[in-house]
Design a protein around this ligand. Structure first.
Ligand SMILES: [Zn+2]
Length: 219
């Protein structure tokens, strides 16, 4: 079972015995875990609240990382693999995620205003209530993506693949996208609850607070 913070009931951070609320060396921890992730990957590591703003993280592998409330503002994440990561409430404002792989991420209430997601793969991602205002999603893949309640004001979705994406309650004021495509995507998302082909279902560990299974082989 995942370790708990020594001062409260929250989950402990990767490489620390305290949670994000009780860490007193956030800056050095953030640098330390970045080095560890670059060397060993990020699978199931609790990096909640990490401070990596404005770093060049081109091609980094953050697959399955727990990045809730992480500060990734203005990061360069071109070509990064962030699939299946937990990114609820994370801050990716103005980040460059060109051609990044973000399939099946759980990113409710993600802040990604002004971000570049051109050519990014977001199939099966949960972006409910995310702020994508002014974001560029040109030629991105949004197959089966949940964009319910998302802020898409002035976002550019030209050439995006929207099959079975859901847009209920989203704000698309001045967004660049084909409304006919949105209607068809919404209809298909209602008539089909299936995941996009080849993606399988969202891993239960990433559904909300990603609590890994008790028999986790890494512990
Ligand atoms: Zn704590």
């Amino acid at each position: 079972m995942r370790a708990r913070c020594k001062q409260c009931e929250n989950h402990a951070l990767h490489l620390r015995d305290v949670c994000e609320e009780h860490i007193d060396d956030l800056e050095s921890w953030s640098a330390e875990v970045l080095e560890d992730v670059r060397a060993n990957g990020a699978h199931d590591k609790n990096l909640s609240g990490v401070e990596w703003a404005a770093l060049d993280l081109t091609d980094i592998n953050l697959e399955f990382a727990i990045l809730i409330r992480a500060n990734l503002r203005e990061c360069v994440l071109r070509g990064a693999n962030i699939s299946r990561a937990g990114l609820s409430n994370a801050d990716l404002t103005n980040a460059d995620m060109t051609n990044a792989i973000l399939q099946m991420i759980n990113a409710r209430r993600l802040k990604a205003s002004g971000a570049c997601l051109d050519g990014a793969r977001l199939n099966g991602a949960t972006l409910a209530n995310a702020d994508l205002s002014g974001a560029s999603l040109i030629n991105s893949e949004l197959v089966g993506t949940n964009l319910r309640g998302a802020n898409l004001r002035e976002a550019n979705l030209s050439g995006a693949q929207l099959l079975r994406a859901s847009f209920d309650g989203s704000d698309r004021t001045d967004a660049i996208l084909d409304d006919g495509e949105v209607d068809r995507a919404n209809e298909n998302s209602l008539s089909s609850k299936k995941s996009p082909p080849g993606l399988g279902s969202v891993p239960p560990s990433q559904m909300d607070w990603p609590d890994p299974p008790e028999d986790d082989a890494t512990s």
